[in-house]
Design a binder for this molecule. Structure first.
Ligand SMILES: N[C@@H](CCC(=O)N[C@@H](CS)C(=O)NCC(=O)O)C(=O)O
Length: 207
């Protein structure tokens, strides 16, 4: 059994899609960020970073529960444990790792900044809004280019890079003017990935 502590943000949905894709038995613990539940002592005892998503795997080889926080770490852990969505070939894996870094560290950080200045800022901050909107557009462009060359983000195989990319395209990019209008390759890929039953189920977890 795996305990998933989450809320249905883009990052939370990446973890729930991956749990659906790998087929492990799991139960959901909803963490209401708006009520500060991620900063409550009970949750901080599990994850001192105080952010979601976190998984706690109760079925480990050592017998001790294993806590894993953060989308990239969770997806890699579940891929390794299940033997799914991560190619065995070293070069193919390196391509997946590269996209994992781009989507989480580069694009994820840019969309966090975009959200802060477009949605949370108590007063308009035009420079910051423009800066983050432009940065997001610049950083998602390589995904559009890549999907013009390959069926999936890291090649012709469906991998954890696609699990990371799907909520980015369907949740974070919704805040972008025109949504996916200027991204025909991403729209083709969103339709294909979004037809997967695991993705459809994962996108509803915690809602
Ligand atoms: N690096 C983390 C980022 C996780 C993250 O940003 N979580 C947000 C929700 S999407 C959160 O818990 N925010 C609450 C806070 O920072 O106070 C990941 O890849 O999962």
């Amino acid at each position: 059994m795996i305990d998933l502590h989450t809320t249905p943000t883009a990052n939370g949905l990446k973890a729930s899609i991956m749990l659906e894709e790998t087929g492990f038995e799991y139960r959901v613990h909803k963490i209401a960020l708006t009520r500060g539940e991620h900063l409550a002592p009970g949750y901080l005892a599990i994850n001192p970073v105080g952010r979601i998503p976190t998984v706690v795997d109760q079925d480990t080889a050592s017998g001790a529960p294993l806590t894993v926080y953060g989308t990239a770490a969770i997806l890699l852990y579940l891929a390794e444990k299940s033997g799914k969505l991560l190619p065995a070939d070293l070069e193919a894996r390196a391509r997946v790792f590269q996209w994992l870094g781009i989507i989480q560290a580069d694009i994820g950080a840019a969309y966090t900044g975009q959200f802060v200045f477009n949605v949370l800022a108590p007063e308009p901050m035009p420079w910051a809004v423009e800066h983050y909107n432009a940065l997001c557009l610049r950083l998602v462009a390589p995904i559009e280019q890549q999907l013009g060359k390959t069926r999936y983000i890291a090649g012709d195989e469906y991998t954890i890079a696609d699990v990371l990319g799907y909520p980015l395209a369907t949740v974070s990019m919704l805040r972008q003017p025109g949504n996916l209008d200027a991204y025909p390759n991403m729209r083709r890929w969103v339709a294909e990935v979004g037809a997967r039953p695991a993705v459809q189920k994962g996108m509803t977890v915690g809602t």
